[in-house]
Design a binder for this molecule. Structure first.
Ligand code: 5AD
Ligand code: SF4
Length: 471
C-alpha cells in the first residue's frame, strides 16, 4: 500500500520531466468490466479537478461504463475531492455519509475516492480504515484507474495508490469532455510556489509543464472538432516552461496556441510574480486571446503578503495591474482574496480594502483563511474570533459586489460577443462575453454553440441580461 507523505511531497528534485505516452493501458481481460454498469461521479473544487473528471469519464468509457446522474442507480461511485479549505473536507465527509447509507442496502457498489484529499496523509489514514471505501487513488495516479478498479472488483480488497511520481507527465489519457464548444487543456501540473497557506504544492506535486507540441496538437485537434474556446490550465500558468529548460515561455505558448485559429483562448491561473511584459504584449496582439485575467491578490497588506510567501508587494501588484489595464484595452480583471490570515490586524485588513478600492475588480473570490495541516501557516497563531473573521469577509464582499455592479453597469446598451453554451436555470440561453461576463439571453436554441452579437439590456451584480442583436 502506498500512502502519501507531505514531507516527501515537499522535496523538489532537479530531475527532468519525463513525458510518458504509453502508460495508459487497458488489458483485454478487463476491457468489459463496465458493460451494463453505471457510474456516478461527483467533482469538488477547481477547474483542474473538473478536467481530471473528464479524463476519468474517458477511462470509464473505455471500460464500457455509462454515466448516471442518479447516485442510487450507480454500480460505481467516484468522488473527486478538493483539499483547499476545511469546508471542502466537510462537504466530502458529509457526502461519504450518504454513500454509506446507500451501501447498507446495495453492498456491491464500488466506492472510489480520488483528487487532492486522497493525497493528504491524514485523510488517507481515515479512508484506509473506512470499510465503505474500496478504492483510493491520487492526482498522480489517475491513469491507473482501470487496473485499480478491476483489482478492487476482483479481490474485494481496498486498493490504495496515492504516492507521487514527481517528475512525470502522462500523455494519451482519454478524455470525455463535458462541452462540445469549450475545452480545458492542461499545460502544466503541480506548483512550486509554496504560498504558506496552500496545500496544492503538496497534493499536486512539483511543477511539470507539458511539452509545447503536445499542447499545440491537442488544441489543433479541438479546432478540427469544432471547438470554439480553449482554456489553458495550470496552478501558475505564467511559469509555464520554466521547468523544461527549452527557452520556451508562456508568451511563446500563448502565441503558438493563438495561431492554431481557435476562436477564443483563455488561461488560468496567473500568479503576479511570473507575469512578463512579453506575455502582456502577446495577449494584446492576438484578437483571439481573450481580454480577461484572473490575478490573485490574496492580501493588500505587505506584511501579510510576506507572511503568505507571495513574493510581491502591493505596490508591485498595482503596477502590474495598471500595465495590464493600459496595454489590454477593455480587459477585465478578477482576483482571489483571503481574509483573517494568521496575525491579520485591522490595519492589514484595511490595506486589503484599500487595494480593492484601487483595483475596482470585475469580481473576486473571497475566502476566510482555513488552516491546512502540514502547511507553514497552519502553525501560526490566529487570535481572531469566528465573528471577527465573518465580519471581515462580509465587509470585503460588500465592497467587491459594489465594484462588480459598477463594472457591469458599463455594459448597459452595449453590443458584446457571447459564446452561447446552452439553456440556463431561467430557461433562457446563457454564455460568456470575451471578458468572462455571464450573460442570460432570450433567443432560440439554434444559437447554442455559436458566438453571437448580443445587446445588453439589463445588468446585475453577477450577470448581464441581453438580447440577440439584429443584423
Ligand atoms: N484558506 C483559504 N483560502 C485558500 N486558498 C488557497 N488556500 C487557502 C486556505 N488555506 C484560496 C486562494 C487561492 C484560491 C484558489 O483558494 O485565494 O487563490
Ligand atoms: Fe497555492 Fe500559491 Fe501555488 Fe497558487 S501559487 S497553487 S496559491 S502555492
Amino acid at each position: 500500500m502506498n500512502l502519501p507523505d507531505l514531507k516527501k511531497a515537499k522535496i523538489r528534485t532537479s530531475e527532468k520531466v519525463n513525458v510518458i505516452k504509453d502508460d495508459y493501458k487497458i488489458p483485454d481481460n478487463i476491457k468489459n468490466i463496465g458493460k451494463g454498469k453505471k457510474f456516478y461521479l461527483k467533482t469538488y473544487g477547481c477547474q483542474m479537478n473538473v478536467h481530471d473528471s473528464e479524463n476519468i469519464k474517458g477511462m470509464l468509457n473505455d471500460l464500457m461504463y455509462t454515466e448516471t446522474e442518479e447516485m442510487d442507480e450507480a454500480d460505481l461511485i467516484l468522488l473527486n475531492t478538493c483539499a483547499i479549505r476545511e469546508n471542502a473536507h466537510n462537504k466530502f465527509f458529509g457526502f461519504l455519509g450518504r454513500v454509506k447509507h446507500l451501501k447498507e442496502y446495495k453492498p456491491n457498489i464500488i466506492v472510489g475516492v480520488c483528487g487532492c484529499m486522497a493525497q493528504e496523509e491524514n485523510v488517507c489514514d481515515i479512508l484506509k480504515k473506512n470499510p465503505v471505501v474500496n478504492l483510493v487513488f491520487g492526482t498522480h495516479n489517475l491513469h491507473k484507474l482501470p487496473q485499480l478498479l478491476a483489482d478492487a472488483i476482483k479481490t474485494n480488497e481496498q486498493q490504495i495508490e496515492v504516492y507521487s511520481i514527481e517528475g512525470n507527465v502522462y500523455e494519451n489519457v482519454p478524455v470525455k469532455r463535458d462541452s462540445k464548444y469549450k475545452a480545458w487543456v492542461n499545460i502544466q501540473f503541480g506548483c512550486d510556489k509554496f504560498c504558506t497557506y496552500c496545500i496544492v504544492p503538496y497534493t499536486r506535486g512539483k511543477q511539470r509543464s507539458r511539452m509545447p507540441e503536445d499542447i499545440i496538437n491537442e488544441v489543433k485537434e479541438l479546432v478540427n472538432e469544432g471547438y470554439l474556446e480553449v482554456t489553458l490550465l495550470g496552478q501558475n500558468v505564467n511559469a509555464y516552461g520554466k521547468d523544461l529548460d527549452m527557452n520556451y515561455t508562456m508568451a511563446n505558448l500563448l502565441s503558438d496556441v493563438a495561431k492554431t485559429g481557435i476562436k477564443r483562448l483563455r488561461f488560468v491561473t496567473s500568479h503576479p510574480w511570473d507575469f512578463s511584459d512579453e506575455m502582456i504584449d502577446t495577449i494584446a496582439k492576438y484578437d483571439n486571446i481573450m481580454p480577461y485575467i484572473h490575478l490573485p491578490l490574496q492580501s493588500g497588506s505587505n506584511r501579510i503578503l510576506k507572511l503568505m510567501g507571495r513574493r510581491y508587494t502591493k505596490e508591485e501588484y498595482f503596477e502590474l495591474f495598471t500595465k495590464l489595464k493600459e496595454r489590454i484595452p477593455g480587459c477585465s480583471i478578477t482576483t482571489d482574496i483571503i481574509v483573517a490570515f494568521p496575525g491579520e490586524t485591522e490595519e492589514d485588513f484595511n490595506d486589503t480594502l484599500e487595494m480593492v478600492n484601487k483595483c475596482q475588480y470585475d469580481s473576486a473570490f473571497t475566502f476566510i483563511y482555513s488552516p491546512r495541516e502540514g502547511t507553514p501557516a497552519a502553525k501560526m497563531a490566529n487570535p481572531l474570533t469566528e465573528d471577527e473573521k465573518n465580519e471581515r469577509l462580509y465587509k470585503l464582499n460588500e465592497l467587491v459586489n459594489k465594484y462588480a455592479l459598477e463594472n457591469n453597469l458599463k455594459y448597459k446598451g452595449k453590443k458584446v460577443q457571447v459564446l452561447i453554451e446552452g439553456v440556463g436555470e431561467k430557461n433562457t440561453l446563457f454564455g460568456y462575453t470575451d471578458t468572462m461576463k455571464l450573460v442570460n439571453v432570450e433567443g432560440s436554441e439554434d444559437y447554442i454553440g455559436k458566438i453571437v452579437d448580443v445587446i445588453i439590456t439589463d445588468v446585475k451584480t453577477w450577470s448581464l441580461d441581453g438580447e440577440i442583436a439584429k443584423k
